[in-house]
Design a protein around this ligand. Sequence first.
Ligand SMILES: [Zn+2]
Length: 113
Amino acid sequence: MSTDLYHVNVSQKKKQPKRQKHVPQRTCVVCREKKDKRELFRIVNNAEEGVIIDPSGKKNGRGAYVCNSADCWTKVEMTTILDGALRAKVEPDKKMMLIHRFQEIQNELGQTG
Ligand SMILES: [Zn+2]
């Protein structure tokens, strides 16, 4: 009678428990839409490195999230939304670098499927 139970235990082995937990959400500073954290890029104004994309999400400094929409990144470039969110002046060439980095990351993600 307990053989069935035994069977189940064996077949389930030590699989990672599925994390159906609440997915953390962040608001894109450009479109103001709430999205899963993994759909957003954290931009941080880091004391040592300046304004950079922070894929780890762990760097110190004032951060702002921008979603993976190309429209939003265009607006990052064309407007001062990012300056406001970071409370810092972000030079246009710096914004260009951020956008290039964003595109690189998008390409990398695209290649892995
Ligand atoms: Zn957005």
